[in-house]
Design a protein around this ligand. Sequence first.
Ligand SMILES: Nc1ncnc2c1ncn2[C@@H]1O[C@H](COP(=O)(O)OP(=O)(O)OP(=O)(O)O)[C@@H](O)[C@H]1O
Length: 671
Amino acid sequence: MPLFRAHWLAPWFNHPFLATEPTADGLVLHLKRERHALGWTELNAPPMLAQGRRLYRLRLPCTQGNIELGWLPKVVAEPLCEAITLGWFRHHAGRVVPLAESCLALLEQGYLRVSRWQQLKQWLRQEPVDWRQYAPPIALTDRERAAFELVATLMAADEGWREQCCQDYCKQALAEYGALFDGLEAHPLTEAQRLACVVDEDHNLVLAGAGCGKTSVMAARTAFLLASQQARAGDLLLLAFGNEAATEMSERLARRPETASVKTSTFHALGLMILSRVAGKSPRLSPLAQQESSRIDTFAGWLEQDCQQDEHYGVQLHDWLRRHRFQVVPQPDYRRLAREWAPLVAALKLYGEPEPEELTPALSEQLTLVRPLLHRYQQHLAKLGEIDFDDMIEQATEQVRRGRFEVLWRHILVDEFQDISAPRAALLQALRDAAPGLSLFCVGDDWQAIYRFSGADVSLTTRFVEHFGASRITRLDKTFRFNNQIEKVASRFVTRNPAQLPKTLGTHHRSDSPSVHVLPVDNDSQMDTVSRLLGQIAANRADASVYLLARFRFGLPDDAQLAGWRRRFPELKLEAQTLHGAKGKEADCVIMLGLNRGKFGFPPEQNGSALLELLLPEAEAFPHAEERRLFYVGLTRARQQVFLLADRQIPSPFIKELLEGGYPGVSRWQG
Ligand SMILES: Nc1ncnc2c1ncn2[C@@H]1O[C@H](COP(=O)(O)OP(=O)(O)OP(=O)(O)O)[C@@H](O)[C@H]1O
């Protein structure tokens, strides 16, 4: 190693350092009678060169204080400064180069998710030197220089920088996979749909109105993840709520060979699979959970037995029925009661009892009567070693939390997310926690949340970020199903509830005349009006599709009537469905029946649900919030025209609102 000597006059002026020798480990400082070794780790920063009147000096910021090497001629000072700087950087390069490589590998994983960003910042916090302050010397290798520069850049990077990285990633992905997005569906995907597919935060929520192509986005994201090699088919899991939706999704993916082997599942099938894998055998699912009729029959039998075996209970129940359901003893309708109380038993099991102060005396009395039914049910399951669907989700969550199930998925995509319940959300969170790097992609529409009665909690969608943490919300803002006239009415109607998230929906189809029509009908002439309407629809377009929708199944035409219409209008594609059953479907025309006021009207004025209201998650403040969304679902099934058959004498309050609430796109049908 070269020796850098101070001016020969240095000792005469009592300057201690006569020469400096940079080595691989640090500096050897030559004093008059001894040598002093200074390790690179003791040097906190590169040396600072300062010019005196004739000579130069170097200041070394060391852990024990500054050391000054003075009396250096320029020809010595400058190369010594460079040599020390280089040695110091090389020493740190041993640590900074691997750090930079780890950071780069993380950045190259794709979208700079919050979890990746936090990991990066944590690594950088452990780095003892603030590299933003020092420019790396030219003499380093390119790799070393690039490492110091990257680490300095990352140390300076803030949230805005991360945001820019995310945008750059999306821009590049959109450009690179433009052809894929053009050709996946019958029509090229919109900009908003494409963006929703490529955004890849830890948790992603795609919010959209009806008919905006959420299902198309689920399929397109799957294709994108595979095409961009960010995932293999086995890394992906697509979840739907019902068997029908899962099968539909599966069929859709099967149309392209590259997505054909991606796994789709319902939540129940997922729970079953987790429990079966953990235990090595399938859990015993109770027939009571699988068949509604056998559950109701069994519950009715237990109620009857309890009344016979426990005199006090019998008297109390009969008394309650007489006062609240006007049922006259001695022969109560146990089956009807079982049907009414089965959802209470389920909610009680899932969410536990409300706080005593929340209960009125009447509800408290009802709870006392329902409680034994839950005990019976739980005892029955325990005795037979069976579980129900709620147990299945809960137990599967527990097994995942305990690490007994190996989570190999890296992307979980959930359809119809607005219908998720807290236990299912907990299962998703457990899966996420068990597999670092797993991303959740949820597609939903809070305007279409209609399953609160079975435990769905729309606040998991409306307050997604609070529930899941680091999230990105994208929006689909154009509907391909219905025209601007239907959109105007439906959006205005649903957003009367201020708790619904605001959305602006553009429409692909336009019409200048109203497409939502109210037809006042007498109760006994409703089906005649339907016949007449079908005739008019068929005259306009013989092969149109028509959906007959009603709030309750009994409000729909019977099979014979339907068969008659199908014979009369053979080319019409005619289906009849409850509003809940029509979820996710579409038809050219919708005819909504049974729009009257009353206990089984729309919205139903039932007084039996007060206890259920209390048991279910987070009661909604806006009156009939869920029924309003159900009406929205009905309106938005139609591609072209909606016909609302309203009771002339006692019309539904929703109809009154449409007619009297200043809705510009609603017509009174004269035809
Ligand atoms: N980019 C597009 N261009 C044209 N049509 C599209 C596009 N994307 C989707 N569609 C069509 O729009 C219709 C609605 O799509 P989809 O059923 O996926 O909507 P959705 O958001 O799931 O609706 P809903 O929530 O009401 O069930 C379908 O007929 C679909 O083919």
